[in-house]
Design a protein around this ligand. Structure first.
Ligand SMILES: C[S@@+](CC[C@H](N)C(=O)[O-])C[C@H]1O[C@@H](n2cnc3c(N)ncnc32)[C@H](O)[C@@H]1O
Length: 256
């Protein structure tokens, strides 16, 4: 359960991800699925980039987030907005530990399973999702395929100017020495310059795992979920192993 500490610098993460086009697509995707929902549960909600737009749209959202640094950023955003304060609940726990707290219309876990390589932990999280999903509810979770790290050398992935401060984010993916090559590291370097002179930097490294579609199907089946859609991206392209860019997005229901 160590990987929940991966985000030591969540403010930097927000600085770059909040401006990205890919986040907008992802938000639209989840807003569409939550349109007619009364209550939504998110496991691993991070700084709230998906949960908070959903809450602002129309429903009550319960966020499960065990990392203290990330939790504090999320809490700050929630308490500053009266509507969010009314609609958002934040639970500082591991998803595995969540008992039955409600029957949610929608349970989501975007970008959580790549941080959880252990199969027993994954199964526990899936079972926690299942026991909190109403009989007609929808469960959405995502995984990484091997294409996520293919040919991704260190490159500039974000740049922001705030006043005289210039912020840059570099990202590098590296395959770890693992027999199946299904574990890779993500390294983020953040550099900050004032008037062209670099005066600060920080670094973050965490491990991610990737899966094949068959591994994902097996996990879902073993935990009593029926997959209704498999997408390659947030434009809803049907999943194809070879053409895929790195995401496996699963839409599932109770297998009754
Ligand atoms: C990559 S972020 C995803 C944030 C958000 N869901 C999104 O897609 O933008 C993953 C989050 O999951 C949290 N996390 C890690 N392990 C967890 C666990 N066992 N249960 C719940 N959350 C966990 C991390 O602290 C982190 O904030």
């Amino acid at each position: 359960m160590e990987n929940y500490k991966y985000m030591h610098n969540p403010a930097f993460y927000d600085l770059f991800s909040l401006k990205s086009e890919s986040l907008e697509k992802k938000q639209q995707f989840f807003l569409e699925y939550s349109k007619d929902c009364e209550n939504v549960l998110e496991f691993g909600s991070g700084t709230g980039n998906i949960a908070l737009p959903i809450a602002l749209q129309n429903c009550n959202v319960t966020c499960v987030e065990p990392s203290e640094t990330v939790y504090n950023i999320l809490l700050t955003k929630v308490i500053q907005n009266p509507l969010l304060k009314e609609r958002v609940t934040i639970l500082p726990y591991f998803a595995q530990k969540i008992k039955t707290i409600n029957q949610f219309d929608l349970v989501i876990a975007p970008n959580l399973f790549p941080l959880i390589p252990e199969e027993d932990q994954r199964l526990e999280i899936l079972l926690a999702a299942k026991r909190n999903l109403n009989p007609k509810g929808i469960f959405i979770c995502t995984f990484f395929s091997k294409n996520m790290y293919a040919n991704k050398e260190k490159k500039l992935t974000g740049e922001q100017y705030i006043g005289e401060r210039h912020y840059k984010q570099y990202t590098e993916y590296k395959i770890e020495n693992h027999e199946d090559n299904n574990i890779f590291s993500v390294e983020w370097t953040f550099e900050i310059a004032t008037n062209g002179i670099q005066d600060d930097s920080c670094y973050e490294r965490f491990l991610c795992s990737c899966d094949t579609i068959d591994e994902v199907r097996s996990l879902m089946k073993r935990t009593g979920f029926k997959i209704v859609n498999e997408f390659s991206n947030y434009d809803k392209a049907t999943y194809e192993e070879e053409k895929n860019d790195g995401q496996i997005i699963i839409i599932a229901k109770h297998d009754s």
